[in-house]
Design a protein around this ligand. Structure first.
Ligand code: BGC
Length: 724
């Protein structure tokens, strides 16, 4: 039989409404179900499709996904399943796919083009695998480095997060959702999830609605504006209301106020958690009702939602119109992406794209630009006139630590013994390959373990440094200390890494420290004692290749930190865009007030000088857009790319506003000895604040306009702008 909804020349919404009118209540509630393939057996999975008409699965790959899709297409109405996957930095759950640097690492490139490209590459590889939807990007604000999921954020700045999120969403979704290479993006975790008290994942957040609007909502607003198809509800609660039951935030702000038209998926068992952990519901019936009434549309991995909801709709306790509303959103997206028209089946996009040469090229470019040179005393780097390098340290040859969270090593089930079936570059391999082409000898010794304090071999490490002209020590963290469920109480180097470094220092050879880790660690000793320091975070498949190019000067580093590094764990949370304080900014037992490294900071093999800051208009109205221009001179001897940053400060405002806020940036390539005039537009409407009545306003008055190479006062030159 031919149904109207099968006609591809109708609009997605016309088709949706027709299909909805044909569906039974069971079929409708089924569409709201997202089943985790790893939590059911194959027979149960089949039953979810053929008997309960589930709309979606997550974490299912390959033939298993194909089989379930066949089953779904053979049901009465043939509604295709939508398959979701955590393709967080590349399609990493598939052994063989391109693995990019983590979100935190890639954010340090400030490169929207390359980040969009990473999204596109990921989309192609996910689509080639027959899947439709990535649970990415993370738009949480990374303020407290102890939080386990800092690696998944784009750092600490709401403006930058919004810009980078828009880029990657465009990459995932392409021009059109129905393009065979496009997949759905998912903005998560809505809202203020990263702000849990004490950096403990999924706890209560201490935020007010005003602060939510000013700090946490803007990146999500941007995601709505660029058409992000789906949102994910966070685990945490705000002021005692779990997000999954937060009607004010989900239905009120996201759907009614921001006009989000896609659908909202809960996070993993959020509905069940209202009963078992957060205890705002006595049973699954109440929890299901709350979940629906608050504005969630699809339910991830709470399988008893199905019966509980059916029963309540039948009894008239849940309005069927709410079910219709949720299903309408889900089906509209399924139609929009061409799922009903066979476009998104495995085989439609050739598998040859997976980790193809073009994708590796995109990856190496992004990886190089993601690395941040933190120290370079006496121009230790790039390496020159050396005959032997000693590579030491637990993360020099550890691809799992280098990948970080969200790859086949950790999800859906931890598989520490998995063997990558593709070419990858640990730091050691990258150094060895490039060194051998330059006839430089390389020795290697692990030295110690990341976790086990007893596992240390100082003699072996020291012996390996014999005759070396330089020591490259690769330290950091590992999957046991980084990722979801891995919040930390301290950010100190774990195991015996500190001791190892201190012993290496005693050799009085140039010491280059390379950090392979998910987050800022407390590295004061390293700052003071190493001759050069490079932060690589979790750099993905080609990390070692990119690092070697930087070490040997084949690439001039240009990454800048998007998250501040604390001087000491006790200084967390520490971030540049804080509100002004009053008494001493210092702790009594810490010598400095500032973070060890601030947002926006990063060195290069050259230096830049800023001068001649000008505003196209110094007195303007709220409707204006002005151009801020500055001359940037490359005063060193190497060509380089500088990330020019524009900050503002609202000098007097009705509520306190941050001491500085990023409002623009530009990446510019400048040849040695040359000067570029860099123009950055600033819309006065971007000077908006949220006042005490929770209204969005631009308040007249004076604003400091600051431009420079990072967020520290000493790096910025300033002008005053007056808004009338
Ligand atoms: C995480 C989400 C993720 C989901 C599915 C949850 O535990 O919080 O970010 O997308 O699992 O894997």
């Amino acid at each position: 039989m031919n149904y109207i909804y099968q006609n591809p020349s109708l609009t997605p919404m016309e088709r949706t409404l027709n299909l909805l009118s044909l569906m039974t209540l069971e079929e409708k509630v089924g569409q709201m179900m997202q089943i985790s393939y790893s939590m059911v057996n194959p027979t149960e999975a089949e039953e979810w499709v053929s008997k309960k008409f589930s709309g979606s699965f997550l974490h299912v790959l390959g033939d298993n996904a194909d089989h379930l899709q066949e089953l779904a297409l053979s049901t009465r109405l043939g509604i295709p399943l939508i398959f979701g996957i955590d393709a967080i930095h590349g399609h990493g759950l598939l052994n063989g796919a391109t693995i990019f640097p983590s979100q935190l690492a890639m954010s340090c490139s400030f490169n929207t083009d390359l980040i969009e490209k990473a999204g596109r590459v990921t989309a192609k590889e996910v689509a080639a695998d027959g899947l439709h939807w990535t649970f990415s990007p993370v738009l949480c604000i990374g303020r407290d480095a102890r939080w386990g999921r800092i690696d998944e954020t784009f750092g600490e700045d709401p403006y930058l997060i919004g810009i980078l999120a828009s880029a990657i969403i465009k990459g995932y979704q392409g021009e059109n959702l129905s393009d065979p290479n496009s997949i759905l993006a998912c903005a998560k975790h809505y809202l203020a999830y990263g702000e849990s008290t004490g950096a403990k994942d999924a706890y209560d957040t201490e935020v007010t609605v005003r602060k939510i609007r000013e700090v946490f909502l803007p990146p999500f607003k941007k995601a709505v504006e660029v058409g992000c198809a789906t949102f994910m509800t966070g685990y945490q609660s705000i002021d005692g209301t779990p997000m999954a039951a937060n009607k004010k935030m989900l239905k009120g702000i996201l759907k009614d106020e921001l006009g989000f038209e896609g659908f909202v998926v809960t996070d993993w068992n959020n509905t069940g958690s209202l009963v078992s952990n957060q205890k705002v519901s006595p049973d699954i019936f109440d929890a299901s009702k709350k979940t629906i009434e608050s504005g969630n549309d699809m339910i991830m991995n709470t399988n008893d939602f199905y019966d509980a909801t059916l029963e309540q709709v039948k009894k008239g306790e849940i309005s069927e119109s709410l079910i219709d509303e949720a299903v309408k959103r889900i089906l509209n997206i399924k139609f929009s992406m061409g799922l009903f028209d066979g476009k998104k089946r495995r085989g439609y996009v050739s598998k040859d794209v997976i980790n193809c040469v073009e994708h590796q090229e995109a990856n190496i470019q992004l990886t190089r630009e993601s690395m941040v040179l933190l120290e370079n005393k006496n121009n230790t780097l790039p390496l020159k006139n050396i005959k032997k390098i000693a590579v030491i340290g637990p993360n020099a040859d550890d691809i799992q630590a280098q990948f970080g969270d969200w790859t086949f090593f950790s999800h859906p089930n931890p598989s520490p013994d998995a063997i990558p079936n593709f070419e990858y570059y640990t730091m050691l391999r990258g150094i060895q390959e490039l060194a051998s082409s330059k006839e430089v000898e390389v020795s290697y010794h692990k030295g110690c373990d990341i976790m086990n304090k007893e596992d240390i071999d100082i003699d072996g490490a020291i012996n390996s440094c014999k005759d070396a002209d330089v020591i490259i020590a690769v330290v950091g963290d590992c999957l046991a200390l980084n990722g979801e469920f891995k919040d930390r109480a301290t950010l100190d180097l774990s195991g015996s890494q500190q001791k190892l470094l201190e012993e290496l220092k005693k050799l009085n050879k140039p010491l280059v420290v390379v950090l392979v880790n998910g987050k800022p660690l407390s590295i004061q000793w390293i700052t003071q004692n190493a001759d050069a320091v490079i932060e690589t975070f979790n750099s993905g498949t080609l990390g070692g290749k990119a690092l070697a190019q930087i070490l040997f000067g084949e690439f001039n580093p240009c990454g800048k930190l998007t998250i501040s590094f604390p001087y000491h764990s006790g200084q967390t949370p520490v971030y540049y865009n804080h509100l002004p304080g009053w008494h001493s900014p210092k702790y009594a037992d810490m010598p400095v007030a500032e973070p060890l490294y601030s947002f926006g900071y990063g060195l290069s093999y050259t230096n830049y000088e800023y001068s001649n800051l000008k505003l196209s208009k110094a007195i303007c109205s709220k409707e204006d857009t002005i151009t801020v221009s500055v001359d940037v001179t490359n005063v060193g001897e190497s060509d380089g790319t500088e990330i020019v940053q524009l900050y503002i400060n609202d000098i007097v405002s009705s509520v306190m506003t941050p001491v500085k806020e990023l409002k623009g940036f530009k990446r510019v390539f400048i040849k040695a000895g040359e000067t570029n005039t860099v123009n950055i537009n600033l819309a006065i409407s971007d000077l908006i604040i949220v006042n005490a009545d929770e209204e969005y306003v631009v308040e007249p008055g004076e604003f400091e306009i600051m431009v420079g190479s990072d967020s520290r006062d000493q790096s910025l030159i300033k002008e005053i702008l007056t808004v009338k």
